[in-house]
Design a protein around this ligand. Structure first.
Ligand code: HPA
Length: 275
């Protein structure tokens, strides 16, 4: 049962450290080095009971608990994705464990393709809404029996991205806000799909984050999600550019100092949640 597995994993982690995190942080493709700033302990996912193990390149697969910019945090250095063959429940499981550890706010990061013509590679964007083709096609992590001890059967996705935290990222980081289109991958989107997503008002496209956001909202966490624009999505077959992993890694690596500076300003400014 999901809750039993969650409790077992959380109990295992609690045995390893006295840190009781208030903030959870998920570091996406190529963004993991931020975890080096954490003063604390690192536990490989492979050691945690039932934790899914990252197989994607650039995802170190370690859970780090400690102080980051003055706050007690639990940090996922790398995540897992649907395209690795994990179920939506597996993909969202680590978020449930971090909530069980006591996290009240979650900050998710990802690498994304930019679709909004005003975006450039290297931009950081704060997500205010999503459109998930994967979830809409039946890959919702909440499918199946509901456990009311974890959260409600039906979860609203309106304002899932906490409006106060979106405003904070705009104010402190000078970020623009955007809508994130979620696809299962691993194939990159064909130009026709990019045109469809653009016409639906989406600004960014990526293969992660949304299942985690759904679980986080189910369990009552406040969500802040940030996209790093690592490439410009190709919207026409007349464009000869071939989207590839290399450009994503290179751009994510180049973005690390910018993300670090943003987090250094943002994390201390996150409101403390007491209830
Ligand atoms: N598409 C999907 N996922 C991505 C992209 C993209 O263009 N860039 C980084 N992750």
């Amino acid at each position: 049962m999901f809750r039993t597995r969650m409790d077992t994993a959380a109990a295992f982690i609690r045995e390893r450290t006295d840190i009781r995190p208030e903030i959870a942080l998920v570091l996406g493709s190529g963004l993991g080095p931020l975890a080096d700033q954490v003063e604390g302990i690192a536990i490989p996912y492979s050691e945690i009971p039932d934790f899914p193990v990252s197989t994607a390149p650039g995802h170190e697969g370690r859970l780090i608990l400690g102080r980051l910019f003055g706050r007690d945090c639990v940090v996922m250095q790398g995540r897992v994705h649907l395209y690795e063959g994990y179920s939506p429940q597996d993909v969202a499981f680590p978020v449930a464990v971090m909530a069980a550890l006591g996290a009240k706010t979650i900050v998710l990061t990802n690498a994304a393709g930019g679709m909004n013509p005003d975006y450039a590679v290297g931009d950081l964007v704060v997500i205010e809404d999503h459109l998930s083709l994967a979830v809409a096609s039946g890959l919702d992590p909440l499918l199946g029996p509901n456990d009311p001890k974890l959260g409600p059967r039906f979860v609203s996705m309106n304002r899932a991205y906490d409006p106060d935290l979106v405003a904070l990222a705009e104010r402190i980081g000078g970020l623009r806000r955007g809508t994130y289109a979620h696809v299962a991958g691993p194939s990159f989107e064909p130009p026709a799909l990019i045109r469809l997503l653009r016409s639906a008002g989406c600004d960014l496209v990526g293969m992660s984050t949304v299942p985690e956001v759904i679980m986080a909202r189910h369990m009552g966490l406040r969500v802040l999600a940030l996209s790093a624009v690592t490439n410009i999505a190709v919207a026409s077959v007349a464009d000869t550019h071939v989207t590839n992993e290399d450009e994503v890694w290179k751009a994510a690596k180049a973005l690390q100092p910018k993300l670090l500076a943003l987090m250094q300003a943002l994390i201390p400014a996150l409101p403390e949640v007491t209830e």
